[in-house]
Design a protein around this ligand. Structure first.
Ligand code: NAP
Length: 532
């Protein structure tokens, strides 16, 4: 093969894929995107479960690259609900005329690198084969569903749903006996709403989770105008935050351990009343030191005890792990839902789910019968969607083999042995620990600059060097080791998927530091990359 069809293939048309497409089209790259869904939106296309909304505030969870766009779009709630985010994604696709460049309902099933010609040969499940110089994986971090392999799972005669692939037409649970398995963010958001509809709801909880109130509300005009009047500055300040958002949140860097009990309670109470992920910004060392974490965790446990009437149920809902180690959840009425007579909580930690039968779920020798079961069991996060594609780099090495002991990347953007391939918000980058849209923009801008550099210098291939990758893997691991993030079984570590290597996947050094390193690498003629 010596002919290359296009400059770049972008896999996925969520927020990462759409912005990549837009950015590369602006610079006249010949680029195409393939998207498994029938429309744009990625995670927001698939996650239509009741109560789905973003836990980053709407005025922050949106593209920053075009001031006209951010001035034109009107968010209505503090935390945007899924339908509104999906409308926004559609608006973006129309506004920048992206759809003609996206092939919908089509998966890229394989991508093999051809060393002789330095390009990728791709094939899709639609039967198309094409060649492209660059392969850009914008496949999302939380899009490959995890459905545990429960014994008898296919025998259930009722309806089954996964929160990550909810039917477009919605589901009516009225009059039904419903079981929800899983109490992560998706379960915690959907349980209160399913409870309102269902005849009876049973929640199967393996690990109790910490959740703080969203205090979601309609945005008032004054607030919107205030942000819009200073949007560029607001965005710039957010980019300087560790997580790429929250510059208007109150944040303290001092230690819990240096504070007296009154100050601790005052700060935590104030943050609880404000609600949202900013809760953990009350002190600087909550996710760093175990002793600092303990009093914050206990504060939230006490909030759970205050809200839940039955003390036994309250204790079951009280998490025993470090707070913040698993992704903090943000809820509306979650804990109070367990005060309803038509909601029950079943602990499946001590007695795991034994099997799923024709009629329902069996645990601890008891069968719970349902009309519908909802799997809120999460994702094969960060690597799942990448490893689903048969990606082969130099010498035919598969990405599955390369990452058999866990993902290895340089900057979370590139991996040795796979030239001209980039991952957006991939493992080894701040990604899921940040405002995803801000991280996506940073990655796309870096990749776009890299492609411009390649084009203007007539380079054919760029590949991460093994030493650079080794250095990055060790650095990312070391920084994570200085925190409490490795102390519990989270999806950040792949611990939720049986058999997945236990490796802390995101880069936890913060977005500003990370972006500075990426810029420095680029300015230093792509230090750590071999360019041909
Ligand atoms: P998740 O956090 O991984 O939660 C999955 C739940 O299923 C956990 O409670 C897990 O228990 C349980 N589970 C898994 N396998 C099980 C088994 N074999 N038996 C019993 N229980 C089992 O997934 P998620 O709730 O979909 O959330 C994933 C991430 O997506 C979030 O952390 C967040 O980053 C993102 N998200 C964000 C929002 C938002 O913006 N508000 C909403 C939804 C999702 P264990 O904890 O014991 O593993």
């Amino acid at each position: 093969m010596s002919r290359v069809d296009i400059d770049a293939v972008v896999v996925g048309a969520g927020f990462a894929g759409m912005y990549t497409l837009h950015r590369l089209l602006q610079d006249n790259f010949k680029v195409r995107s393939f998207e498994a869904g029938d429309d744009v939106g990625g995670t927001w296309y698939w996650n239509r479960y009741p109560g789905a909304r973003c836990d980053v505030q709407s005025m922050e969870y949106s593209y920053t690259f075009d001031d006209d766009l951010q001035q034109a779009w009107e968010w209505t709630e503090r935390y945007a609900p899924q339908p509104e985010i999906l409308s926004y994604a559609n608006h973006v696709a129309d506004r920048y005329e992206l759809r003609p460049h996206i092939t919908f309902g089509t998966r890229v099933v394989s991508a093999h690198y051809n060393e002789e010609s330095s390009f990728w040969i791709l094939s899709t499940d639609g039967g198309e084969t094409l060649t492209s110089q660059f392969l850009i994986m914008a496949t999302g971090c939380l899009s490959s569903m995890n459905t545990p392999d429960f014994k008898g799972i296919d025998s259930f005669k009722g309806e089954t749903y996964h929160t990550g692939q909810w039917p477009q037409e919605g589901v009516d649970f009225t009059g039904k006996r419903v079981g929800v398995i899983g109490t992560g963010s998706s379960g915690i958001q959907s349980i209160p709403i399913i409870a309102e509809e269902a005849d009876h709801l049973t929640v199967f909880q393996r690990t109790a989770n910490f959740s703080v109130p969203a205090h979601n509300q309609l945005l008032d005009e004054e607030f919107i105008e205030d942000i819009k009047a200073t949007y560029p500055e607001f965005r710039a300040n957010n980019r300087q935050m560790m997580a790429g958002f929250g510059s208007r949140n109150e944040r303290h860097e001092d230690s819990v351990l240096d504070a007296d009990e009154t100050l601790i309670q005052e700060r935590l109470e104030a943050n609880w009343q404000r609600g949202g992920l900013g809760f953990l910004g009350a002190f600087g060392d909550i996710v760093i030191k175990k002793e600092a974490n303990a009093s914050v965790a206990e504060f939230v446990r006490n909030k759970i005890r205050e809200q839940v009437v039955d003390p036994k149920v309250a204790e079951l809902l009280c998490p025993d792990q470090v707070i913040g180690c698993k992704r903090l959840c943000v809820d509306t009425n979650y804990y109070k839902t367990f005060n309803r007579d038509d909601v029950s909580l079943v602990d499946v930690k001590e007695h795991p789910i034994d099997e799923i039968t024709e009629k329902g779920v069996v645990t601890n020798g008891k069968e719970y019968q349902f009309d519908a079961i909802v799997f809120a069991t999460g994702y094969d996060a960060m690597t799942g969607s990448l490893l689903k594609v048969d990606i082969r780099g130099r010498k035919g090495q598969t990405l599955q083999d390369k990452w058999a002991a866990g993902p290895r990347t340089y900057l979370g953007l590139s991996t040795y042995g796979f030239p001209n391939m980039f991952t957006i918000s991939g493992p080894g980058s701040p990604s899921v620990l940040t405002n995803m849209i801000v991280s996506i923009e940073q990655h796309v801008n870096w990749i776009r600059d890299c492609l411009m550099y390649m084009r203007s210098n007539q380079h054919q291939a760029i590949e991460a060097e093994l030493d650079a990758e080794d250095y990055w893997v060790v650095l990312a691991n070391d920084i994570a080791g200085q925190t409490l993030f490795k102390s519990c079984n989270s999806w950040y570590l792949g611990a939720n998927v049986p058999g997945k290597p236990r490796v802390f996947m995101p880069f936890i050094g913060g977005l500003p530091t990370y972006a500075e390193i990426c810029d420095d690498v680029a300015q230093d003629n792509y230090r750590g990359f071999t360019v041909e």
